[in-house]
Design a protein around this ligand. Structure first.
Ligand code: PXG
Length: 442
C-alpha cells in the first residue's frame, strides 16, 4: 500500500504509462516530484534542467506564482459550470484574449482539453462547414507524411507516423497525405529554414488533380513538425499551401499545438511564416501545461456560416464536458498575463541566434548527421545503430537524465524545446552536457 507521503512508490504496475517503454521504465523509474522555473527535482533529490518544457508545453517555466494562484482562487470561487447551454465569464474573457493574440482573421474560439481534441474539433468544423454551405461532397481530409496530430482517430488518420497508425484498423476513409519536407541529402545542418524543398507544396496540386477539389474539405499541417523530429518547412512552402488551398476552396488548418504560444519567437507559427490559416489548432502552452486545455481558432467566415436557421437550435453538435472549464480558463488567463508581462511570446526571437550557434557547435561530434533549429526549437539527428533504430538516441536521453538534463527523443533524433525563460548560460549548459554525452555514445 502506498501512502501520499511515499514520493517514490514501489508498486508501479497498475499505471499503464502513455508512449513509454513500460517494462524498461518500471525496472529503473525516473520520477519527478517537484519543479520550479527551469528545473525539475527528482525523487532522489537531484535537479534536472528542463530542456523540453515538459512535453513542449511549460513555456513560462514551472510553478509560476500567478498561474498557481489563479488556479487556487478559481477552484474556490467557481469550480465548474456546465459547458452546454450555460456560461461563465472567464471562458468569454479568454476567447477574446485569444482572438486579440491570434493573427487577424481568426475571430472565434472553440475550447477543448488537449491537442488531440483540438485536432478532432478542427476536422469536424471543416467537414460540417462545407456541408452547411451546401458543399457536402467535400469530405476528404489531406494530411502529411510524418505528421503528428495527436492520438484520436481523426488525428492518426491525417497523421503520418506509421507506428501510431498501423495497429488501429482502417482509420478514417477518404484521407490522403502530402510528402513530408525532410531532406537530409540536400538540407543537412541548415540553420533555420532549409533551402530546398518548397516545390513539395505542389504535391498538393497533384492530390487535388487526383481527387478533384470538390471532394476535399481541408488540409492540415504543423507549421513546423515537432514530434516527428523537428521538420522545418523550406521558405515559401507554407505560402504555397495557402495559395493552393485558397484557389480550390479548401480550408487550411495549422496544427500549432507545439508552434503556438511563443515557441518560434512569435505568438504563433502563422506569425513567423506570415501565413494565416482558416483554422488554428492549439493546446499545450495555452495553460503552460498546468491544466489540460486546448483552443481552436476559426475565421469569421467559418463561424458565420453556421449561424443561421432558427435561433433556439444548436448550430454545431460538438463539445466537451470541460470545454472552457473555469479552472482551466483561469489558468490560461494567468498564463497569457505571465507571457505578456515577461515578453515571453517574442523572447525566443531574441535568443534564437544564441540558441542556433550553441546547437550547431555540436556539428562534427560522433554520429551527428544533422542539426536543425528554429526559434527555441532544436533537433540533433543521430545515425541509427545498424539493426537497432532508436537505441542510440534513447541511450543519450538516459545519460542526459543521469547528468541532470531532460531531453526528448523520437526515433534517433534528440529534440529540444526549453521553457522560454531559459538563460544564455543554461543554453550553454544544455549544449555542454550533450557534447559530453555525444562523445561517449556507443
Ligand atoms: N498536434 C501536435 C502538433 C502535437 O505536437 C498533439 C497534436 C496532441 O496533443 P495532446 O495534448 O493530445 O497530446 C501534439 C502533441 C514529443 C511530444 O515529445 C509531442 C506531443 C505530445 C507528447 C510528446 O514530441 N505533441
Amino acid at each position: 500500500m502506498s501512502t501520499s507521503s511515499n514520493v517514490a512508490p514501489n508498486d508501479l504496475s497498475a499505471f499503464w504509462m502513455p508512449f513509454t517503454a513500460n517494462r524498461q521504465f518500471k525496472k529503473a523509474p525516473r520520477m519527478f516530484v517537484a519543479a520550479r522555473d527551469m528545473h525539475y527535482t527528482t525523487s532522489d533529490g537531484r535537479q534536472v534542467l528542463d530542456g523540453t518544457a515538459g512535453l513542449w508545453c511549460v513555456n513560462a517555466g514551472h510553478a509560476r506564482p500567478k498561474i498557481v494562484e489563479a488556479i487556487a482562487r478559481q477552484a474556490g470561487e467557481l469550480d465548474y459550470a456546465p459547458a452546454f447551454q450555460m456560461g461563465h465569464p472567464k471562458a468569454f474573457e479568454l476567447a477574446n484574449r485569444l482572438v486579440d493574440l491570434a493573427p487577424d482573421g481568426l475571430d472565434h474560439v472553440l475550447f477543448t482539453n488537449s491537442g488531440s481534441e483540438s485536432v478532432e474539433t478542427a476536422l469536424k468544423v471543416a467537414l460540417a462547414y462545407h456541408r452547411v454551405k451546401g458543399e457536402g461532397s467535400r469530405t476528404r481530409l489531406i494530411g502529411r507524411e510524418r505528421a503528428y496530430h495527436g492520438v484520436n482517430f481523426g488525428g492518426i488518420s491525417v497523421g503520418g507516423i506509421v507506428t501510431n497508425r498501423k495497429m488501429f484498423g482502417t482509420l478514417l476513409t477518404g484521407v490522403d497525405h502530402m510528402p513530408h519536407t525532410h531532406d537530409l541529402a540536400k538540407n543537412a545542418f541548415s540553420r533555420g529554414e532549409p533551402e530546398h524543398g518548397a516545390d513539395l507544396a505542389d504535391e498538393l496540386e497533384r492530390i487535388v488533380t487526383l481527387h478533384d477539389a470538390s471532394t476535399i474539405a481541408a488540409v492540415i499541417v504543423e507549421p513546423v513538425a515537432g514530434s516527428t523530429g523537428v521538420l522545418i518547412p523550406p521558405p515559401g512552402y507554407l505560402k504555397r499551401l495557402r495559395e493552393i488551398t485558397r484557389k480550390h476552396g479548401i480550408l487550411l488548418i495549422f496544427d500549432e499545438v507545439i508552434t503556438g504560444y511563443g515557441r518560434l519567437g512569435t505568438p504563433f507559427g502563422a506569425d513567423y511564416f506570415g501565413v494565416t490559416p482558416d483554422i488554428m489548432v492549439t493546446a499545450k502552452g495555452l495553460t503552460n501545461g498546468v491544466i489540460p486545455m486546448g483552443a481552436v481558432m476559426v475565421s469569421a467566415e467559418i463561424h458565420d456560416t453556421f449561424m443561421q436557421g432558427p435561433e433556439h437550435l444548436i448550430e454545431f453538435f460538438h463539445g466537451y464536458t470541460y470545454s472552457g472549464n473555469p479552472v482551466a480558463s483561469a489558468a490560461a488567463l494567468a498564463t497569457l498575463d505571465t507571457y505578456k508581462e515577461e515578453g515571453l511570446l517574442t523572447r525566443g526571437a531574441a535568443l534564437a541566434k544564441a540558441w542556433e550557434d550553441a546547437l550547431h557547435s555540436l556539428k562534427g561530434l560522433p554520429h551527428v548527421i544533422d542539426i536543425r533549429n528554429i526559434g527555441l526549437v532544436g533537433a540533433i539527428e543521430l545515425e541509427p545503430i545498424a539493426g537497432s533504430p532508436t537505441k542510440r538516441a534513447f541511450s543519450a536521453f538516459l545519460k542526459a537524465y543521469e547528468q541532470g538534463l531532460l531531453v526528448r527523443t523520437t526515433g534517433d533524433i534528440i529534440a529540444l524545446s526549453p521553457p522560454l525563460i531559459i538563460s544564455e548560460s543554461q543554453i550553454g549548459e544544455i549544449v555542454s552536457t550533450l557534447s559530453g554525452i555525444l562523445k561517449t555514445l556507443e
